[in-house]
Unconditional design. Structure first.
Length: 253
């Protein structure tokens, strides 16, 4: 997958591209991340990317010309049917695991990072195919959200994670063979490692027992209980066994 990131802060992405998953995915050829400085697509001496909003008001708005020039230049390199032009914006649809999975169907994504009070609406209506937000909180721009979108997407590319199993077991992963409406799993169960006793706190006995059936049942029950307590909204989408239902009944009681 190729990501073309359009930003006024290309340097922002240094650390995430030099570490961990994205670095590995680039080294192995699963992902290419190309950074483009929006100012390189301006034509005036001051390399102006923003201007005051028509109608007045605080702050500045990204001008349409540099963004159109950047996207049209990138688009002309190669004509892909699956190319999507994504604007990271607080008005976008919320990124979910299902949304990240859907993005992996594209060979190439252009990610536009907004700043200031926003982007000229003619960009939104005539250039952008998707608007994505990463959550209902205010950030200063689309750079961190673009990094989040890339990380969430790249780790779904087959072969990027060393251990294919860890992806299947993730909270929020689509259970294998589940119908498309089942998009989200349970929260993870608690994990422990050595020592078995730390200060006054002991690891639950069952995890030391070696009884794999009891361990499986304990983990499943913990996951169900944590999900029921913290994120009951997720439970509606999880396929539940008879045993699961009995446990949830017991908790509710
Ligand atoms: C809704 C707030 N807007 C009211 C005038 C101003 C505004 C706040 C923050 C306009 C742009 C921004 C910058 N944020 C993003 O570009 C952004 C973002 C975010 O702030 N939160 C979650 N996801 C995203 S994706 C892009």
């Amino acid at each position: 997958m190729t990501f073309d990131v359009i930003t006024i802060f290309p340097g922002f992405f240094g650390s995430i591209l030099e570490h961990g998953l994205l670095k590995r995915a680039m080294a192995s050829g699963h992902a290419a991340i190309r950074l483009h400085d929006l100012r390189d697509y301006t034509e005036d001496r001051h390399r102006t990317v923003d201007d005051r909003p028509f109608g007045g008001g605080p702050g500045m708005v990204f001008k349409p010309e540099p963004i159109f020039r950047a996207v049209e230049t990138l688009r002309s390199e190669k004509h892909e049917k699956s190319l999507r032009v994504i604007l990271l914006s607080p008005q976008g649809r919320l990124l979910t695991q299902a949304g990240a999975e859907e993005l992996t169907r594209a060979e190439r994504l252009i990610l536009i990072c907004g700043r200031y009070e926003g982007v000229d609406q003619r960009v939104v209506e005539n250039l952008v195919t998707d608007e994505i937000s990463i959550g209902d909180y205010v950030l200063s721009g689309g750079e961190l959200p673009a990094a989040v979108v890339m990380e969430a997407t790249v780790r779904l590319i087959p072969g990027v994670l060393g251990n294919e199993e860890s992806r299947e077991q993730d909270s929020f992963a689509v259970p294998a063979g589940a119908p498309p409406e089942v998009r989200q799993g349970l929260l993870d169960c608690p994990q422990y490692t050595r020592p078995a006793q730390f200060r006054d706190w002991n690891v639950p006995e069952v995890l030391l027992s070696g009884n794999h059936e009891q361990i499986r049942q304990w983990r499943r029950r913990q996951a169900l209980e944590e999900t029921w307590r913290r994120r009951p909204d997720l439970l509606a989408h999880v396929p539940l066994s008879e045993e699961d239902r009995r446990w949830l009944e017991a908790l509710r009681a």
